[in-house]
Structures are given as structure tokens and as C-alpha cells.
Design a protein around this ligand. Sequence first.
Ligand code: FAD
Length: 468
Amino acid sequence: PNDSRSTNKRKVVAVVGGGLVGALNACYFAKRGFAVEVFESREDIRQAKIVRGRSINLALSHRGRQALKQVGMEEKIVTKGIPMHARMIHSLNGTRSPIPYGKKGQYILSVDRTNLNKELLTAAEAYPNTKMNFGHKLLDWSFESGAMTFLRPDGSEEQIKVDLIVGCDGAFSAIRKQFLRQSRFNYSQTYIPHGYMELTMPPHNGDFAMEPNFLHIWPRNTFMMIALPNLDKTFTCTLFMPFEEFEKVTTEDQVIEFFQTYFPDAIPLIGVEALKRDYFRLPAQAMVSVKCSPYHMGDKCVIMGDAAHAVVPFYGQGMNAGFEDCLVFNEVMDQFNEDFSAVLKEYTRVRVPDDHAIADLAMYNYIEMRAHVNSKWFIFRKYVDNFLHFLMPKTIIPLYTMVTFSRIRYHEAVKLWHWQDKVINRGLSICGVMLVVGGTYLLLKHVPRNSSSIPQQLWTQAQTLKWF
Ligand code: FAD
């Protein structure tokens, strides 16, 4: 059947993909009064027994919250999230040290992916002008005719034409394939050598096994494990490690040996039997980073969320950036009076630099989280940055704060970060030089010139200093 949905008065918008970004986008378009149709390849997750997603929980922060707020969903989601005020670093010897994310009162939220997706689908469906089409897998679409071809659950194909196609069909987007056939479309994708595996840490005596209001990190240079809390008092631990390391662990005993060497404190918390079982339940999953531009084709189609910019998950910004896409698109729609030909072009112009910047930052953090959180200089700089931010809140803003707790455009945050880094490092060098010069001056002034036992006096002074 060939169905053109745009015969009625209202313009029809097809949102392809009913994941996190697609479901939120459906709310935005429905709120504006368009006739919205959501096409999702999976069955309705609100009815499904098993839901497969990309991770069990995720970190929601300011950008994502702002986007939810615009469609009246912030409170509903935030009340079901668990605040995480700081990272909790687990060192190899078992000591735990917190590193706050920002100022007092600033936190990110651990939210359940499936619940968030369900809530957003329900919110989208509550608009009378929205229609959900589950079990509809997009096979292809034509830029010339604008027709989309879907595979339906009964195996039949359906052709549908609409006024605007919004591709929110994730990192392996079928909508994006058509973009690749166009001239002057830039595209790159990179698989990182690491894979990830999720393990569950059950409650202990009916309570969380570790402090719940933290994002726990076990940084081990070439690999790391993190854990985020869930409402049922479990933690979801995610082990990030090169595939070749995953492949070396092939027996149950090797799993325990591996954890004994690198994450000994986690063994009693996850449980020996659970570890042996869960490690082999699913193979490690790959992670891809996708960058492309433009994000639109003519006035017919636009891509958002992971379809436009899959980022590695090390800044906790993939979904947040995707949610902010919806918010920015909405702002551009206001600016250009819903004229798709102008809106789509402007959206690409303003959004590409920002989504590219967060893709690069996520890749940078991939290194930082594994290696630098172990370094004394990194921790010292975090404290210096936070202190300077406290003194000059408008001038010095730590990068993490800009990305996570503000809506400063991602690419501007990167520029500001480079500038601040230069200024702070210069300042620290000057302080260092002043300390050395001042120290030498004081020493020379207070040490008797004719003393033959300068080393002896230095030793005594050093001993004294230790006590202050
Ligand atoms: P998806 O969630 O992938 O949804 C795409 C939807 O499209 C799916 O429902 C799919 O079934 C559907 N679809 C696909 N193909 C078709 C087709 N041909 N036809 C119809 N429908 C189709 N982000 C954060 O902000 N914070 C975090 O803490 C965080 N942690 C993460 C941890 C891990 C391990 C990973 C892998 C990612 C993490 N992310 C995080 C990123 C986040 O998961 C993604 O950015 C987010 O899911 C993107 O949403 P999306 O709707 O664009 O894509």
C-alpha cells in the first residue's frame, strides 16, 4: 500500500525510532500541533517482557533535564532518579576517595533507561495528534519522492509519505544511509578498542552494598569499572576493557583471578557465584563514535540523537546531547516560524559544531577517566579549578561543570576550557617560581652567613615544617 499521510490540513511529521530521543522529539512536535507518527522497529517496550537496550541506567544532567522540562516531564523523571554528588574513586588497595562533581548541591542523576523510555512514550501518546506504530522497521526512504518503506510485523511492506522525516533511529541509523548517498555529506565512524560488559551488584542486608549517592569508579589505566545505583538498591557495574583483554578471560576461575588482581573489593559485593555466571552471560558490547554533517537533507529530513552523533559514553552526555538536540530544534522552530526549509538549514548550522565538540570531549574523557583520575596532579587541578570557580564563578568554570551543569554551547565550553587552562597553568607556574624565590630569600636571610652547618639547619627546619 502507498499511503500519503499529508492530505489533511495538519502537516505530518514522522519520527523514525521511538528510543529516548525519538520519544522526546514526538512530544515536542505533538506539542506544536503537528500530526505526529512514531515508527519504532521494536514491539512496544511497555508491553514487552524483556527489553534490550544499550545500558541499564544512565546519567541524566542539566541539558537533558532542561529538554524534559520544556515538555513538562522533568519532575516525573527526576523523582525516579538517584542523585550522584561525586565520583567515588576505588583504589587498588581498597581505599575510597570522593571527588565532587561541582559545587555543593550540584549532582547528576542515575536513571533507569527502560523506565525513562516508557515514560516518554506514554507522554508522547497522551497527545491526541500522535500515533504510535510499533513493529515498523524502516527499510529505506527516497529523498526524491520522500516515501519511506517500512517492514511490518506480518512481513508485509508499507510505503508512507509525510511532510518531514525526523531520523532518531540510533547509532546505526537507516535514515542516515540515504544521506551517505548524497554529495558533500561528511561522515566518519570510529570503533574504540574497548568493549563494555554490565554486571549487577545486589543489595546487602536489604540496603545498597556501597554508598548510593556516588558514581563509583575503579580506574585501572588501560581499563576501568564504574557503578551507578538503581532504585531497587542494586548497582549496575560496567566494565570497560579492550576486547583482547576480555578474550583472555575464558574460564570461571580466570574471572575471579582477574577481579582479585584488579577489583578485589568488588568481589564480595558482586558475589563470587554471580561474577562467574554473569561474566559469560553476554559478550562484551562494542562502542562507536559517529560524526557527520550536515544533519538535514533539503526541507524533507533531519537526523538527531545518536543517528547524528553517536558518542562514546565517557562523558555521560550521549542522551543529554540528544535531548538538547530536541530543545535546540524547538528554539530554531520558534525563530523561523516553523518554515522547514529555513529551520533545517539553521539547525545544522548551529548544532553541528556542538555535537562534534561533545563527541571529541567524550573521546578525551575516555582517556581521562581511566588514567588521569589516578594522578595526583589531576586531583590537585580539580581542587584548584573548583576553588577558583568558587572565587570567580563567572570567569573560571571547570570544564565538567560547563558540560554537565550548564547549557553553555559545547563548542564554546571547549574554547573556554583551553583559555582557562592556559591562564591557570601560567598562574600556577608563577606561584611556583614565587615560592622558590621567596623560600630561598627567607633561608638566606635567616641562616647565619658564617654557619658551617647549613645542611644541619635545613634538616632541623624541614623536621619542624613536618609538624605544621
Ligand atoms: P537509541 O536509544 O539507540 O534509540 C534508537 C531507536 O530507534 C531504538 O528504539 C531502535 O529500536 C529504533 N530503530 C533503530 N533502527 C530502526 C529502524 N530501521 N526503523 C525503526 N526504528 C528503528 N548517555 C547519557 O547521556 N548518559 C549516560 O550515562 C550514558 N551512558 C551510556 C552507557 C553506555 C554503555 C552506552 C552504550 C551509552 C550511554 N549513553 C549515555 C548514550 C545513550 O545511550 C544514547 O546517546 C541514547 O540512547 C541515544 O538515544 P537515541 O534515541 O538517539 O538512540
